[in-house]
Structures are given as C-alpha cells and as structure tokens.
Design a protein around this ligand. Structure first.
Ligand code: HEC
Ligand code: HEC
Ligand code: HEC
Length: 80
C-alpha cells in the first residue's frame, strides 16, 4: 500500500467537488509553508488520509487555520 503511494506524484493542487460546492486546495503551497512536513495532514501513512471525508477534513484543516489565524475557517471561505 505505502509502496504504491510512494510512486504517486505529489499533486500541485487538488480540486474537491462536492455537489454544487467547489474547493481548490493548494497542496504544494501548503507543503512549502509547512517545511515539507507531510504529517500535518497525512498522519498515519505516507500520502494517505484515513477515512477522508467531511469530518476528517474539518478536523485536519480548520484547527490549524484557527490556531495560526491564517487560512479559511468559515464555511463559505472553503465551500464556494
Ligand atoms: C495541509 C495538508 C497536507 C499536507 C501538509 C500534505 N498533504 Fe498530501 N494530500 C492532502 C489532501 C487533503 C489530499 C487528498 C486526500 C484524499 O483525497 O484522500 C492529499 C493527497 C496526496 C497525494 C495523492 C494521493 C492519491 O491517492 O492520489 C499524495 C501523493 C500526497 N498527498 C503526498 C504528500 C506528500 C509527499 C506530502 C509532504 C511532502 C504531503 N502530501 C503533504 C493534504 C496534505
Ligand atoms: C498545519 C497547518 C495547516 C493545515 C493542516 C491546513 N492548512 Fe490551509 N492554510 C494554512 C496556512 C498557514 C494558510 C495561509 C497561507 C498564506 O496566507 O500564505 C492556509 C491557507 C489555506 C487556504 C487559502 C488559500 C491558500 O491556499 O493559501 C485554503 C483554501 C486552505 N488553506 C485549505 C486547507 C484545507 C482544505 C486543508 C485540509 C486538507 C488545510 N488547508 C489544512 C495552514 C494549514
Ligand atoms: C478549511 C476548509 C473548510 C472549512 C472552513 C469548512 N469545510 Fe467543509 N469540507 C472541507 C473539505 C476539504 C471537505 C471534504 C471534501 C471532499 O472529500 O471532497 C469538506 C466537506 C464538507 C461537506 C461534505 C460535502 C460532500 O458532498 O461530501 C459538508 C456538508 C461541509 N464540508 C460543510 C461545511 C460547513 C457547514 C462548514 C462550516 C461550519 C465547513 N464545511 C467548513 C473543507 C472545509
């Protein structure tokens, strides 16, 4: 599993489409800002996020923005 993921290219951007809602996630820009540390988001395995979905996403994404006072924390800042 991890072996296969390691061969995957690290995406520059990830476009999430949820029904009518869109979110453009700048993956590489985040990685640069976070000193190349993947563990902020990929906590248990290289390039993988367990149980990815609404709850997991919100738990990973929002607290860091909140803590740093940088990045979106309001619903409509992420969900266009
Ligand atoms: C700020 C959060 C964050 C950081 C930091 C981060 N990633 Fe990601 N990464 C994501 C998200 C979100 C996804 C998409 C998750 C999904 O759809 O399951 C993803 C997906 C990926 C994928 C695609 C996996 C696939 O199935 O196609 C790769 C490869 C990847 N990341 C590599 C890395 C590497 C290598 C690092 C560190 C150098 C890193 N990521 C750091 C959030 C992050
Ligand atoms: C460990 C900290 C951290 C995590 C985790 C994190 N972010 Fe961010 N994010 C930031 C910071 C810091 C900024 C502000 C960057 C700037 O102003 O240059 C930001 C900015 C953003 C922005 C505004 C546009 C941009 O990219 O600069 C979006 C959208 C965003 N984040 C989405 C997400 C999503 C979606 C996730 C979860 C997959 C996530 N972030 C996880 C730290 C984080
Ligand atoms: C930092 C960005 C961010 C913020 C702020 C945010 N979300 Fe999300 N939300 C996401 C991400 C990323 C996903 C998962 C996208 C995916 O899996 O395609 C998600 C998923 C969802 C989903 C599931 C959509 C679907 O079709 O699966 C709903 C509903 C949702 N969010 C509502 C909200 C509400 C309501 C708020 C405010 C209380 C909020 N979000 C705040 C990033 C954010």
């Amino acid at each position: 599993m991890a072996g296969d993921l390691r061969k995957k290219e690290t995406p520059e951007k990830i476009h999430f489409k949820m029904g009518a809602m869109h979110l453009e996630f700048l993956h590489k820009k985040h990685i640069q800002n976070l000193n190349n540390e993947c563990f902020h988001c990929h906590k248990t395995e290289f390039a993988k996020i367990d149980n990815w979905g609404e709850k997991t996403a919100h738990t990973i994404c929002i607290p860091c923005h909140d803590m740093n006072d940088k990045g979106p924390v309001e619903c409509n800042q992420c969900h266009k």
